[in-house]
Structure formats: C-alpha cells, structure tokens
Ligand binder design. Sequence first.
Ligand code: PML
Length: 238
Amino acid sequence: MLSVRMRASLSGRHVSGAERLVGEEELTGTLCELLRRPGKHDFLKITVERVEEVHTLGKPLPVSSYEFGSVEEARKFARTMLVKSGVPEEVARLGIELLSSGANPEGGNMRGAVLLDTERGDRLEPDQRRGIRTVRVDWKDRSAVRRELLSRGFTERTLDALAIATKNINCGVVAELCWSDDPDYVTGYVASGKLGYIRITPLKEEGDPLGGRIYFIRREKVREVVECLEGKAFLIGC
Ligand code: PML
C-alpha cells in the first residue's frame, strides 16, 4: 500500500493536514482529493511512501460526546477523564496548561504532539518544537465511517482525529488530550483504552489559536511507542 500525507500552511501557520493509506489504483483520486482539501494556503506538501506491512485493527475506540456551559467546566471534566484513564491529577493539570498556553518553547503551537511522562510529567519528545506525529493510519472503509459519524452529529474532523487516537492507544499511549489549533473549532477530546474517545465541547474559547495534542506515556516505553506512532501502518475497520 501507499502512505499519502498532505500538510498545508498559510504564513507559516498550519491550516490543513491529512493522512491516507491507499492501493496504487486509488492514488490519483486521493491526490486530487487532498489537493482540493485545504482552504486558503501558500504552502502545500504531499508525501507518498510505499508501506510494506499494514496492521489491521478491528474497530475504532467507542465515541461519546459531552457539552458544557463554559471552557472551565469542560477542562475540569477533561481532567477528570484523564485521571480516570490512569494519569495522576497533577500531570493531567500540566497537560491542560501546556495546551492552553502553547506547548512550543519558542511560543505558540507545536507541529506534532507533546509526550508527557505519565508518572512525573516530564516532557519526553526529543525535539520540543517538532513533537511526535502520528502518521500512516487510515480507515478500511472511510466513506462508511464518515457516514456513520456525520449521522451522529460529529464532524469530518472527528473522522481523522478518531483514527489518530485509535492508533495512538494501540501503540501504547496511556491517554491523549487534544483540541484543535483552528480558532473556530472548540471541540476537543480525551482518549484512552479505558474510556474510549470522549468528545468535549468547548475545550477552548472561540477565536483562540492555541491547541495541539498531548500523549501521556510511560517513560520506559517511549522508544517503542514513538517507533509505532511514526513507523507502523494501521488500517482500522468499522
Ligand atoms: C484537529 O483537527 O486539530 C483536532 C480535531 C479534534 C476533533 C474533535 C471532534 O470533533 O471529534
């Protein structure tokens, strides 16, 4: 199969990204779809790589959705969900603070995810500006999953984020916290093997450009987890 990745930016700010695993016969159609996908951009990069081994996962994480009257309540709920997933309260708090203030030490968002040591809250990613990117993941039947998720009132973003979260958990991430860097998209999620994919609205205020992903992992597994997230290919069933 072929791994096809697209990312687009405008004035240096990430605006769109996508990830597909397709057969050779689907390549042209996929390239056309990904070229049309970003809105306004001044940079777009598509990478195509051959993947020798593809692992299959039977099902995605189960999805649930919660809405709150304020960001404060929603973040408190996210913290509780992280704690229930096995992240100590202080480390969960730290993860939320990092995403809300911009996890890049140079200011603003990171390109990839932060890796936080579940026990002590230390950052484990080798490059704190780049972070770690979950790549090489897709749906066996993307249109069927899209139909199902949209019919439940979820969005196109849920489709991509659910695939990423499902791969993360299967690679050994204990829990994930995410909200978008898109100033107009305020729904985020906590995902874990224990609780599934929990959508939470609003995890930030409208107009806030800060966001990203935090992966809570066990320090002793860092190498294995990163190799899986960046190297192994996964197709998810439905
Ligand atoms: C992103 O696109 O950067 C994050 C997406 C979060 C999706 C939450 C949801 O709606 O399920």
